[in-house]
Ligand binder design. Structure first.
Ligand code: PRT
Ligand code: ZN
Length: 213
């Protein structure tokens, strides 16, 4: 039986459009946005799965998918042993610490003994440990930036792009702990047929990127 690559993409969110566009520019056709969870390409041996971004590293690790596109922030936070095949250059953002505009900041030590709200407890915990700062990390899954105004935390650690969400919540960005962009990830061991397909895909991706530079 000939091999088919299974590729996991974010169903709907900040990675989706650019991910779909990338395959389109690589000349790989498939239907998306139909509400279906799966789509087979009509002109490349690939099948696409549409998932929540947080689930993609796990599906790639477990072999449900061979490849996936996620933000580096999600790949690192989930800690799954997957390989970064290629950086894709879109969905760029940073993970930063922010505090209320009027609060004092003399450096990362200012967080000692403080409460910090975040959806990235592992990335933040590792960063603080590396800096020798002890703080209480409160994991919340969404609307992190309202935590200080409701008295839940003195600081937040959240994804920032333009900075306008922080600003409109009365917060100032004081330290960037991680920079991220979309990446193509793969399962650590692929058989020779699938690896050949990944190499073919990668060649097309690099050509598309080269044409833009
Ligand atoms: O539903 P699903 O779980 O699949 O999606 P999601 O809601 O978890 O993720 P989504 O679509 O919001 O983001 C997917 C990925 O895009 C993230 O993991 C990042 O790698 C990347 N990315 C790029 C961003 C942003 N920019 C971004 N601005 N992810 C989130 N934001 C949010 C941030 O959390 C904050 O609420 O946007 C707000 C800040 O934006 P600015 O422009 O106001 O600074
Ligand atoms: Zn998500």
């Amino acid at each position: 039986m000939s091999s088919v690559l299974r590729i996991a993409l974010q169903k709907s969110g900040r990675l989706s459009e650019d991910s779909y566009q990338l395959f389109k520019e690589c000349g790989i056709r498939f239907d998306y946005g139909t509400g279906k969870l799966k789509s087979v390409s009509s002109n490349f041996p690939a099948e696409f799965l549409f998932l929540r971004d947080d689930d993609i590293p796990g599906y790639v690790e477990d072999g449900v998918a061979d490849l996936g596109i996620v933000g580096e922030n999600v790949a690192v936070e989930t800690g799954r042993p997957v390989q970064t095949v290629h950086k894709l250059g879109f969905s760029k953002c940073r993970l930063s610490i922010a505090i209320p505009r009027g609060s004092d900041w003399t450096g990362i030590q200012s967080l000692e003994g403080k409460n910090i709200a975040t959806s990235y407890p592992n990335l933040l915990g590792n960063y603080l440990a590396g800096q020798g700062v002890r703080a209480e990390i409160h994991e919340i899954s969404g609307s992190v930036e309202i935590a200080p105004s409701i008295g839940l935390a003195e600081a937040v650690c959240d994804i920032v792009s333009s900075g306008s969400t922080l600003m409109s919540n009365g917060l100032k960005e004081v330290e960037t702990i991680f920079r991220s962009e979309a990446i193509l990830i793969s399962r650590s061991e692929l058989d020779a047929d699938k690896q050949a397909l990944v190499d073919k895909l990668l060649f097309r991706i690099k050509s598309v990127q080269a044409a833009k530079n």
